[in-house]
Design a protein around this ligand. Structure first.
Ligand code: LLP
Length: 466
């Protein structure tokens, strides 16, 4: 916060104007289409998703609830599959995974990226072919790696020298071979400022290209008879909107790829460019469509390959958020509405809902912006700048920092927040012993529980009471 005030930033003059990008809606009863899943629309004030009126869904399943638009999910998965037609598309399970979703991913012809034993278990339970699974993580234990190898996971992305040793040992013990990618850090901000570049490299993932660690990792993998070096892997970050970051990263990774070919005589068949494609949480965000991204990324890679005189490796990507993020909205019930008068007399309307940072930690953790709408009635009341907050014992328990809601918003109203498919249920917690909400799929007028609501028994089950 740049504004200061003796009573804190929230009291500083101008704090109530709301962010510059947010203006009162022309029609508060209409949805902003780009923030919502494709089947979502309003019908006389009722939010309808997948042909199901959210009010009807709530009458049966209560709130809070994540509502997953199956048609939307599948069409986004297909848009990546078709847009990136000559790539392998690995859906990043960390964004959100349950058995049904793992099946949808497989049915739509995508591969799956898991980064933990738990995600692998869900994938296997869903019947995903291990030959289409890739395994990530910066601290995979010996038993985890062994399980992945025994299971027949197609690619393991190694992230440290220790892991290479573990895998060499495991494959030797089992008398098998394992496909391996090497996670590298490309230092993508090096072209802006040296200090930022150093900061970027100063994180836990991958082998640095600049320091030579990545080349050394390649040598070590090559030396292990049980490891089959498939290629290099680079993931530059998340919620990214243009291809310039990919461009710098891809160039550096391809140069390393070419160096490996020149100096070690090894032609790695694959290369992974990671995930990170951004979505629209609010009107500030303007994501490109997958086909356009594919054209840009492919051109970058092909130009560089031509310059380096190398054959283009088979490319893969790992979108998570861009597939599941927009497919889900979270539905809450308003519990209290509290006008809070700040210095200078301005009023901020605090709308408390029956969930919060336990079902969506992103606002508190990343300062993320969200939007919301009344889900079960129309209103022609004047819109007021509101802050949607949860029911947890923390002032930072904010769901939607700034949004205009009709001034007659009241206890009992249903509120829906779009764009909550990625990193909300998957990062949900039992903070304050909250019960994690269900994930309910909607499609063609039918609702189906994919993950049920937690119960008090679930909560108490791990408390042995000794
Ligand atoms: N591949 C790798 C190696 C990753 O680390 C990630 C995300 C992805 C793919 C998928 O990225 P996506 O396409 O979903 O942006 N919890 C944060 C995001 C953390 C992302 C971690 N890695 C959030 O809520 O914004």
């Amino acid at each position: 916060m740049s504004t200061t005030h003796e009573a804190g930033w929230a009291h500083a003059s101008g704090a109530l104007r709301g962010p510059a990008w947010l203006s009162p809606p022309r029609d508060p009863n209409a949805l902003v289409p780009q923030l919502w899943s494709t089947t979502a629309h309003k019908r006389d004030g009722d939010l309808v998703v997948g042909g199901v009126a959210v009010a009807d869904l709530v009458a049966e399943h209560m709130t809070p609830a994540y509502v997953l638009d199956e048609v939307d999910f599948r069409s986004r998965a297909r848009a990546f599959r078709d847009g990136f037609a000559d790539y392998d598309v690995y859906y990043a399970a960390k964004a959100f995974l349950c058995t049904a979703v793992a099946r949808w991913v497989a049915e739509e012809g995508l591969h799956l990226d898991v980064c933990s034993d738990g995600e692998l278990s869900v994938a296997l339970r869903a019947g995903v072919d291990p030959a289409r699974i890739e395994y990530h993580g910066n601290n995979k234990t010996y038993p985890e790696l062994r399980r992945a190898v025994v299971t027949g996971v197609r690619r393991i992305v190694v992230d440290s020298a220790t892991e290479i040793e573990r895998l060499a040992q495991i494959t030797a013990d089992l008398g098998t071979r394992q496909g391996v990618m090497i996670r590298v850090t490309a230092g993508v901000e090096a072209h802006t400022h040296e200090y930022i570049a150093t900061a970027h490299e100063d994180q836990k993932f991958g082998f640095s290209i600049t320091s030579g660690d990545a080349f050394e990792a390649v040598r070590r993998v090559q030396e292990a008879p049980g490891l089959e070096l498939l290629g290099l892997h680079s993931h530059i970050g998340s919620q990214i909107f243009d291809s310039s970051g990919f461009e710098v990263a891809a160039r550096r990774v391809l140069r390393l790829h070419a160096r490996v070919s020149d100096e070690l005589g090894v032609d790695m068949p694959e290369m992974d460019l990671g995930g990170g494609f951004g979505i629209a949480y609010t009107t500030q965000d303007d994501p490109a469509d997958p086909a356009q991204l594919a054209i840009e990324m492919t051109k970058i890679v092909e130009d560089e390959c031509r310059g380096l005189g190398i054959t283009r490796p088979r490319l893969s990507i790992e979108p998570g958020r861009a597939i599941v993020g927009p497919s889900v909205c979270t539905v809450y019930t308003v519990g209290t509405v509290k006008p809070v008068t700040l210095d200078g007399g301005a009023v901020r309307t605090y709308v408390s809902v029956d969930g919060g940072m336990s079902d969506n930690i992103r606002t508190a953790l990343y300062d993320a912006d969200y939007s919301c709408t009344l889900a079960a009635r129309a209103s022609d009341a004047e819109p007021v700048l509101s802050r949607v907050v949860g029911k947890h014992c923390e002032a930072g328990d904010i769901v939607v920092r700034d949004e205009f809601l009709p001034g007659d918003v009241a206890p009992g109203d249903l509120l829906a927040v779009p764009g909550t498919g990625a990193y909300c249920r998957s990062m949900a917690s039992n903070y304050n012993h909250a019960l994690r909400p269900p994930v309910i799929a909607v499609r063609d007028g039918e609702a189906r529980i994919l993950l049920r609501r937690e119960t008090e028994d679930d909560l108490l089950a791990t408390d042995v009471g000794a």
